[in-house]
Design a protein around this ligand. Structure first.
Ligand SMILES: Nc1ncnc2c1ncn2[C@@H]1O[C@H](COP(=O)(O)OP(=O)(O)OP(=O)(O)O)[C@@H](O)[C@H]1O
Ligand SMILES: [Mg+2]
Length: 269
């Protein structure tokens, strides 16, 4: 399979986006042989710790440096900035045995960053073509949608906890994506830390909204402990409830087999 699949993980603040991204990274590397690029698109950058990845520089830092150099006049405006950025981006790519990792970070300074953000989105598009899977852990706000950072995403995963606000944020994300004309192949809700027994109720409610229900990730004490200790989620045992749940969800989404993946890429929702 040479088609690429881009998956983003969105949702209200604190619902479990980074946790879900880290667990998906683990399952995709353990259960498939595909190449994977993991991107922390949240400037707060919690994903490196959840994965145990050391990050030395971010895309945002490189873009800021480039901007400063242009402002100081040490780089001619005639040189194409995309070339410079693209070349330097590889400096911040962490190449691992199981997957590669890129932290977007944030750009600093004053003024409008529309231009830099547009460049970053273009570079991400180029880079993700080298991988079977690209997984993006998004920030809690909705700016990434209006900026269209998600425009090439195939599967939009929205994580919700059992709060009403998280559910409403999920609908808002779905609607905003439509408004800005981002056409996902699939919109999926994953329910994290719901009280047991609510699965059917939620599945029905989502179905009425035309949203695919990916499944539940239970509250997992071992996971909470690792987070408290600042240890990566790769240390969770294979039979931990959260790991098992994310494997089941990945299977349901069709990510773990060639046949279902082709169907997903070819036929849409
Ligand atoms: N299933 C779970 N079991 C136990 N703890 C969890 C679970 N899911 C998330 N947590 C904990 O809840 C907290 C928030 O989770 P996480 O950082 O994944 O959310 P987030 O949506 O990425 O937050 P932010 O909006 O700040 O990026 C973390 O301390 C995490 O360890
Ligand atoms: Mg997060």
């Amino acid at each position: 399979m040479r088609e690429r699949l881009v998956i983003s993980v969105s949702g209200k603040g604190g619902v479990g986006k980074t946790t879900t991204s880290a667990l998906l990274t683990r399952i995709l590397t353990e259960k498939t042989k595909r190449s994977l690029l993991v991107v922390d698109a949240d400037p707060v950058m919690n994903l490196p710790r959840a994965l145990g990845v050391e990050v030395s520089s971010t895309v945002g830092e490189i873009a800021t440096k480039l901007r400063e150099n242009i402002d100081e006049g040490s780089i001619s405006r005639a040189v194409t900035k995309q070339d410079i950025l693209e070349g330097e981006i590889y400096e911040s790519l962490v190449e691992g045995d199981l997957y590669d990792f890129l932290a977007m970070g944030r750009t600093e300074g004053e003024g409008c960053y529309c231009y830099v953000n547009r460049l970053l989105t273009q570079i991400l598009d180029t880079l993700s073509k080298n991988y079977d899977f690209t997984l993006l852990d998004m920030s809690a706000g909705l700016e990434h949608l209006s900026r269209r950072t998600d425009r090439n995403v195939d599967i939009l995963i929205i994580v919700v906890d059992s709060s009403r606000a998280a559910y409403e944020a999920a609908l808002r994300i779905r609607d905003l994506a439509k408004e800005v004309h981002i056409d996902f192949k699939k919109v999926v809700v994953i329910a994290n830390r719901f009280p047991p027994g609510m699965e059917d109720e939620l599945a029905t409610r989502l179905e009425e909204q035309g949203i695919f229900f990916g499944g539940m990730i239970p509250n997992d004490d071992e996971l909470a402990k690792l987070n408290y200790l600042g240890a990566p989620l790769t240390e969770l045992p294979e039979d931990s409830p959260a790991v098992q749940a994310v494997e089941k969800i990945s299977e349901k989404l069709g990510l773990l087999s060639d046949v279902t993946l082709m169907k997903l890429l070819g036929t849409g929702t």
